[in-house]
Design a protein around this ligand. Structure first.
Ligand code: FEO
Length: 178
């Protein structure tokens, strides 16, 4: 049986992952408006991954015989002044999610909920990558400064990201890719 506090925190984590999906989807629209289709593509891939993250918790709660409760999403920022500001927000958002995952692991350990440990260990590792990826773009955009050529090169590079395969609602598909 899943720990009561662990279950509550996992339901909250579904909300945070869906909020991640939502803010990155807003960034997709923002980047398309700025004709930065490569960045928009990268964020589309990221939004897809966030839906998968939400579903990993969703399925874990169900697999443990507990109840999924979908909570209200918080209204997050929808407009940015510059691409750098959007990427800085993405990095800050990932740091926020990392703190939530770490706290979730702490709660599950306090409840001796060992069955949640492999899933949470996966997320601890995933957050290293999520922070690294967004911080890298912040650093690159800072280096590029006001160079339009540099911005376009970076946009092309980000447009090469491979889309995660499979439906985020299909555990057989997403467990092998994200
Ligand atoms: Fe699901 Fe980007 O953290």
């Amino acid at each position: 049986m899943i720990g009561e506090k662990t279950k509550t925190a996992m339901n909250e984590q579904i909300k945070h992952e869906l909020e991640s999906f939502y803010i990155y989807l807003s960034m997709v629209a923002y980047f398309h408006e700025r004709n930065l289709d490569g960045m928009a593509h990268w964020m589309r891939c990221q939004a897809h991954e966030e839906m998968i993250h939400a579903m990993k918790f969703y399925d874990h709660i169900i697999d443990r015989g507990a109840t999924v409760t979908l909570l209200d999403l918080k209204q997050l920022k929808t407009k940015w002044q510059t691409p750098l500001e959007a990427w800085q927000d993405a990095y800050e958002h990932e740091k926020f999610v990392t703190a939530k995952i770490n706290n979730l692991l702490k709660i599950s350990r306090e409840e001796n909920d060992y069955a949640s440990e492999p899933l949470l260990a996966w997320f601890v590792n995933e957050q290293i990558e999520e922070e690294k990826n967004t911080d890298k773009v912040v650093q690159e955009l800072t280096m590029v400064g006001s160079s339009r050529e540099g911005l376009l090169m970076l946009d092309r590079e980000l447009g090469a990201r491979v889309f995660p395969a499979g439906s985020p609602l299909d555990p057989l598909a997403y467990n092998s890719v994200a």
